[in-house]
Design a protein around this ligand. Structure first.
Ligand code: FAD
Length: 470
């Protein structure tokens, strides 16, 4: 049923209210556009409701449970530690709601019309929105597609919402499973596996590739393997699934072949973390000139404009890396481009962070990638946290900072930090790279002492052959 004869109209229709969409909507409104934001589920998208925020809330809780349960060298021991998973989940929901209410407030403040419903293209200038009252039509001058991504399935282990679950269900569990098999050793799998291990599950992580965190440097991976082992997390690499069965007591049995040997894993829950696929189905893109690339992402240029000049795409649906802060930036750039600003997106400096224990954060090239691209023209400097005064005062000595620069110009091309607060420290490296900093700039910047961020300047000095504390 079509509601009303005369279509509504907006300068800009944004489809999807995740980090890409809601930011595009606010910025377009700030730039004087009349904006409508269409969301079929909840403001904040995957990141706020089922991804970044719930996972970090629960990881924080798991860290506290571990902290209070451990014996510490400095004399503290706490007895009688208990936690209630149901209360933990209520708290997670309150955190999310607070932030979601904040987005609703921002929409109102910026004069963005929010429409609940599922949008699809009727043409390159009109969308239909399926609402509870029927289909509403809206004409637009420009549209921004920010429909995000959905979890990929393992063909042999289709989601059933009970035993075989995605990260969404895993972040809403009100009971901690006795045993958990995490399929996929990428960043989400490592974060969730570590978190559930701290909350008491017996965790196995099965990765089909030869290594967990396949994109990371070997020193990062070997440290993470050791840490997972210390948390009693079993890591299976090169694991090819050979069979799956459910037992009468509601458990699952998965068999793997690992370099010819058979390994059997029994688990109460199987959490699939093998990545996400862009959401483009049902959008009616065939009614527009929007094209997809061979991986199914929407093709965009550096102004985030699709192959249909009136339509832009941002965030997970517009390609890798699938990260909220990339979506934020792309949302601002697409809105600026629509408003006629001279803006362009570059993927040269996009930091990423894994909220594992210890955290892993990086920006620019890994050492491996730098060697591949620049061959001998690189300098690498490293500073171990075992030599950091601040790390030792925090009793956190596992990790390092690594700075990679061009040998001829000393321009910094990549930084990796492993350790506490790595996700915050990496911002300094990102800013340095954004400003085209040289090793001398970071080494010559006075860092407060004792701090973890000193590791960056120490690593830069190491690359220059002038390390003081190692
Ligand atoms: P989304 O956030 O996916 O939002 C898309 C929105 O579009 C959804 O709300 C959806 O309902 C809506 N939509 C889709 N189709 C339609 C339609 N036809 N009509 C109307 N609405 C529609 N990234 C980080 O940077 N840091 C992290 O710590 C982090 N942690 C994560 C943890 C987990 C467990 C997961 C799964 C992901 C995590 N991510 C993290 C990734 C991050 O969530 C995504 O990169 C980010 O949400 C992408 O934003 P987006 O705006 O492109 O899309």
């Amino acid at each position: 049923m079509v509601v009303g004869d005369i279509p509504d109209a907006a300068d800009v229709v944004v489809i999807g209210a995740g980090p890409g969409g809601y930011v595009a909507a606010i910025r377009a409104a700030q730039l004087g556009k009349d904006v409508m934001l269409v969301e079929k589920d909840k403001l904040g998208g995957l990141c706020l409701n089922y991804g970044c925020i719930p996972s970090k809330s629960l990881i924080h809780t798991a860290d506290l449970v571990e902290l209070f349960s451990m014996k510490h060298d400095n004399g503290i021991s706490v007895s009688g530690v208990s936690f209630d998973p149901a209360q933990m989940n209520d708290w997670r929901e309150r955190v999310i709601k607070k932030l979601r209410d904040g987005i609703a407030f921002l929409m109102e403040k910026n004069g963005v019309t929010v429409k609940t419903g599922e949008a699809f293209f009727e043409s390159s200038t009109r969308v239909g929105i399926r609402t509870e009252h029927g289909v509403e039509l809206v004409d637009f001058k420009n549209a921004v597609i920010a429909t995000g991504s959905r979890p990929r399935e393992v063909k042999e282990l289709p989601f059933d919402g009970q035993i075989i679950i995605s990260s969404k269900e895993a972040l809403e569990l009100r009971k901690i499973p006795e045993s958990l098999l995490v399929v996929g050793g990428g960043y989400v799998g490592i974060e969730m596996g570590g978190m559930y291990a701290k909350l008491g599950s017996k965790v196995t992580i099965a990765e089909a590739l030869p290594s967990i965190l396949a994109q990371a440097d070997a020193d990062v991976v070997s440290l993470m393997r050791k840490q997972l082992q210390a948390m009693n997390v079993k890591v299976l690499e090169n694991a090819k699934q050979t069979s799956f069965s459910k037992t009468s007591d509601g458990k699952a049995t998965v068999k793997y072949s690992i370099n010819g040997a058979e390994e059997t894993v029994q688990a109460d829950k199987i959490l699939i973390c093998i990545g996400h696929a862009p959401v483009t189905q049902g959008l009616g893109l065939d009614k527009t000139k929007v094209e997809l690339d061979k991986w199914g992402f929407i093709k965009v240029n550096e102004r985030l404009q699709t192959t249909d000049a009136a339509i832009y795409a941002v965030g997970d649906v517009a390609g890798q890396p699938m990260l909220a802060h990339k979506a934020f930036m792309q949302g601002k750039i697409a809105a600026g481009a629509i408003a006629g600003e001279n803006v362009a997106y570059s993927d040269r400096v996009v930091p990423s962070a894994v909220y594992s224990d210890p955290e892993i954060a990086s920006v620019g090239l890994s050492e491996r990638k730098a060697k591949e691209l620049l061959q001998d023209n690189i300098l690498v400097g490293k500073f171990p946290l075992a030599a950091s005064g601040r790390a030792l005062t925090m009793d956190k000595r596992y990790g390092f900072a690594k700075v990679i620069a061009k040998k001829d110009t000393h321009e910094i091309v990549g930084v990796t930090v492993v350790g506490p607060s790595a996700s915050d420290i990496i911002s300094e490296a990102a800013l340095a790279m954004q400003l085209g900093a040289l090793l001398e700039d970071v080494a010559g910047t006075i860092h407060p002492h004792p701090t973890l961020s000193e590791a960056l300047s120490e690593a830069a000095e190491d690359a220059l052959g002038k390390a003081i504390h190692v």
